[in-house]
Design a protein around this ligand. Sequence first.
Ligand code: GTP
Ligand code: MG
Length: 489
Amino acid sequence: MPPSLTTLTDEAMLALDALTGRATNLVNPSIRLGVTGLSRAGKTVFISSLVHNLLNGGRLPLFEAGRSGRVSKIRLEPQPDDAVPRFQYEDHIRALVADRIWPDSTRAISQLRLTLEYESASGWGRLFSPGKLSIDIVDYPGEWLLDLPLLAQDYRTFSEKTVTLAGSGIRAELARDWLALSATVDPAATASEATARALSEAFTAYLRACKSDERSLSTLPPGRFLMPGDLEGSPALTFAPLPNLAKGSPARGSLQAMMERRYEAYKSHVVRPFFREHFARLDRQIVLIDALQAINRGAEAVHDLERALGDVLECFRAGSNSFLSSFVTRRIDRIVIAATKADHLHHESHPRLEAVTRRLVERAIERIGMSGAGIEVMALASVRATREATVKHGGEDLPVIVGVPMAGETINGETFDGERKTAIFPGDLPKNPDSLFEALESAPEGEHLLNFVRFRPPHIEETGGGLKLSVPHIRLDRALQYLIGDRLA
Ligand SMILES: Nc1nc2c(ncn2[C@@H]2O[C@H](COP(=O)(O)OP(=O)(O)OP(=O)(O)O)[C@@H](O)[C@H]2O)c(=O)[nH]1
Ligand SMILES: [Mg+2]
């Protein structure tokens, strides 16, 4: 039986939190919006653009309360959790809009509270509704998400899973040094700090190689090995999975016993608090998925993305025997699954991107018991960095996208300088999502299904009065309406 996801104290604290939460919710209604996604999925950009569009009267026609003029005021407010740093909204927006650069990878957790004052749509509602809704949004490094599946794994399971995966496909080559080193140590030998450190360093180097841009693999736990946050150099991170563990519990004082203890400490001091304080308290959730990057890297990257998403979504499973997991899914009643960076494709291809993304999470969604109701899949771009155009080619109209590729990006041997605008034919995704893997696997060595480059953030026009317009996007309003629209009815 897998160890329970939580301890009694966690449960007690959550129950208490729910009670006090319910009480304060009557006075000041709030929604905790989880912006979930693996590393580089687009969480920080999504939050920045969403808030910017709300604060600056962005084009959000599908956000009903906004369009009909029922939202009177939107402002940032001090967040409720004093121990969590504030999301650096102003810095991110300045970088995006003024400098036209993307934010750095997120290194720590942060939070932002946005408060909307609105008028209820119904006369009855107007009588009773306080007309105020706060949205609390949390940003965190995507790597940490991969820790959640560890809560249900003991050290032996974690070791077996990790070692088996490391021996498969392109990972085998990347894992060679770490596995060779592991083969020279005896888990039953007396514990040694130097051995533990050497193993954890070799293991981290392997994870880093998997994450590199050329590989773009996704299943890389434990998350703090790649993004340690405030745990840099801490003994909680000085462990690694071990191959060939003998049956039964390890002898006291052995290397295996030391690794096991540190793994369990990592779970209880790092992962469990993150789960308890963040994930267990969400009301609504948007899961951002960068399917395009994986597709661009080939079949193995896509399989790996599918596996990572499945492992993570599994943590939100309903009806499992763990108190915490049933508690969590009872509260989250709506999830948006969004393929991000859709501005890399012409809008004619968006339905195909949606279909591929749905296919990637389909099995996981069935397993968590949320298939059908409560889940919306869409393709979006938090920041639209391209425009669309058509190019005549051999008597045919080709749909293209136009943008400024980032400095150093290349297509067909051409390297871009970060200033010049270029039209790109992004290529086609298969009509039938089931044939994606076939198409990826049959692509000739070194060739991609799509032409994919990173674009710089767009130049944002000023209006006559010198006012900057809000950040352009694709379907941000549809996501917003699905996530909070009912709470503003
Ligand atoms: N063209 C385009 N690129 C995007 C968009 N959103 C994100 N990106 C790209 O994706 C990168 C990652 O976005 P982030 O928002 O920093 O990703 P994250 O999920 O916060 O990543 P971590 O902090 O590492 O977990 C950015 O640097 C951009 O290059 C989008 O809407 N359009
Ligand atoms: Mg981020």
